[in-house]
Design a protein. Structure first.
Length: 145
């Protein structure tokens, strides 16, 4: 969720910058009598560039997430190695996708307290104290490739 907030913030910054740039160009059109084609060209370039930049950043985020739970993630290996139940393995995958406790509870149609219990059990079985340590431990226990 934190990543999504960051990208929304980036998008807002890019849009505000684009609007300010458009206002400056509009000013030059009105005061300096520049041709409107330059205004349209500038606006298009700014927003196309912003779209490409946001798409690149989003792609990088997705690649980072796939590094932990990508197509090569072996949930059976992790389940067997650490003695996780099926529910705990599913909750761990959702944690890796950046979901909050309430989002996981809504997805699985259980209470938040049940999710907290699952997460507590996951931490104790993995021998870690927080989400970041849990994800790192899972990542280092994946087979190479």
């Amino acid at each position: 969720m934190r990543y999504v907030r960051n990208y929304i913030l980036y998008l807002v910054i890019v849009c505000v910058t684009g609007i300010i740039g458009c206002r400056l160009i509009f000013y030059f059109l009105m005061v300096e009598s520049y041709r409107p084609e330059w205004f349209i060209l500038f606006t298009g370039v700014v927003f196309i560039g912003a779209g490409i930049w946001v798409a690149r950043e989003w792609y990088k985020l997705q690649k980072r997430r796939q590094a932990i739970f990508g197509p090569g993630f072996n949930s059976q290996l992790i389940k067997d190695r650490f003695g996780l139940s099926k529910s705990e393995t599913e909750v761990l995958e959702m944690l890796a996708n950046g979901q909050s406790n309430s989002q996981i509870a809504n997805t699985r149609h259980v209470s938040i307290n049940t999710i907290k219990t699952h997460i507590s059990n996951i931490y104790s079985k993995l021998g870690v104290k927080n989400r970041l340590q849990a994800l790192y431990k899972i990542h280092e226990n994946q087979p190479p490739g």
